[in-house]
Ligand binder design. Structure first.
Ligand code: DOR
Ligand code: ZN
Length: 345
């Protein structure tokens, strides 16, 4: 039995750092395990311009512990009024690595998102021409669509058209949760890829709703039926370069989760690699772990792979139920559970 696994230093291709005290305290968790991370721009107000992204990047860099090598990769929050010139300038200056499409009101701090995808077609055209990656929160927001069907509906209503109309645009279908999304990505050309979170590999929707409401298992897109979880596990461990690691780590304080209207988001950063490798181990696929965690993302984004390595070892350990954060506490993903793998460094 393999008891240690060493891979090239991985990257997290989708997460939320927030700002202020929370940001300063969550950045070290990610910088400990990952060399780079794609940082989501859904602050309040959102990161919509090169100048805002530069300033945010500096605040993040100031939170990286001394001696730790970590690079935040910034994204531009697309809105109905995004200026294609500003976006293109930000990309050419190395500030923006990607731009993020949130359908308006799909999730946390997305009120300023795109109200009608066709409104940003001129921006997508420019992104295609400049080779700027589009990261997509793929859920429709119409009240008439059931929350469990919103990802599949987004494919049919918008994503298929985007991919047809902009055949060279690089698209990352973020945090996919359904077999429909896996099939769509597999059927599309090499310019379409997807990130997969640890939670969607571990849990199905029963983990949110059975035995009482479990707010710490709630995120968006919401976890779906078991058949979807199994399709995601198969995709992640398949070795296909179209699927790569993106935790969607989304810190919300315990008080904001355990309330009558709890926030969507799971704080996956502290035990991210341990969580993923558990799945690869269970699927007897430790051989494809490095590709998913460290190689497929850089290849898709056209970035070099990282220098250096990290090691995980097979050791049982308990994850604390809560961690201190910003003078309060937060429940990490796997909080209160035993994990069979430990991050060594
Ligand atoms: O669960 C989620 N939380 N999904 C998102 O898309 C946003 C995120 C957040 O920012 O909290
Ligand atoms: Zn996210």
């Amino acid at each position: 039995m393999t008891d240690t696994v060493t891979i090239r230093r991985p990257d997290d291709w989708h997460l939320h750092f927030r700002d202020g005290d929370v940001m300063r305290e969550v950045v070290p968790y990610t910088a400990r395990q990952f060399a780079r991370a794609i940082v989501m721009p859904n602050l309040s107000p959102p990161v919509t311009t090169v100048e805002l992204a530069k300033a945010y990047r500096e605040r993040i860099m100031a939170a990286v512990p001394q001696g730790v090598d970590f690079t935040p990769l910034m994204t531009c929050y697309l809105s109905d009024t995004t200026d294609p010139d500003d976006l293109a300038r930000g990309a050419s200056e190395g500030v923006f690595t990607a731009a993020k499409l949130y359908p308006a009101n799909a999730t946390t701090n997305s009120a300023h998102g795109v109200s009608d995808v066709e409104k940003i077609y001129p921006v997508l055209e420019r992104m295609e021409a400049e080779g700027i990656v589009l990261c997509v929160h793929g859920e429709v927001t119409s009240a008439d669509i059931d929350v469990f069907d919103r990802e599949a509906a987004f494919i049919e209503r918008y994503l298929r058209d985007i991919v047809v109309n902009f055949p060279k645009l690089k698209v990352v279908f973020e945090h996919i949760t359904t077999s429909d999304a896996v099939d769509f990505v597999m059927e599309s050309g090499p310019q379409v890829a997807a990130t997969i979170t640890p939670q969607h590999l571990h849990i199905n929707r029963n983990a949110i709703l059975v035995g009482g409401i479990q707010p710490h298992n709630y995120c968006l897109p919401v976890a779906k039926r078991e058949e979807h979880r199994l399709a995601l596990r198969k995709a992640a461990t398949s070795g296909s370069p179209k699927f790569f690691l993106g935790t969607d780590s989304a810190p919300h304080l315990r008080s904001a989760k355990e309330t009558s209207c709890g926030c969507a988001g799971i704080f996956g950063a502290p035990y991210a690699l341990e969580s993923y490798i558990t799945v690869f181990d269970e699927e007897d696929a430790l051989d494809t772990f490095e590709g998913f965690a460290s190689l497929h993302g850089p290849a898709f984004y056209g970035l070099p792979v990282n220098e250096g390595e990290v090691t995980l070892e097979r050791v049982e350990h308990a994850v604390p139920e809560t961690l201190p954060l910003a003078g309060e506490e937060i429940v990490p993903w796997h909080g209160g559970q035993e994990l069979g793998w430990r991050f060594v460094g």
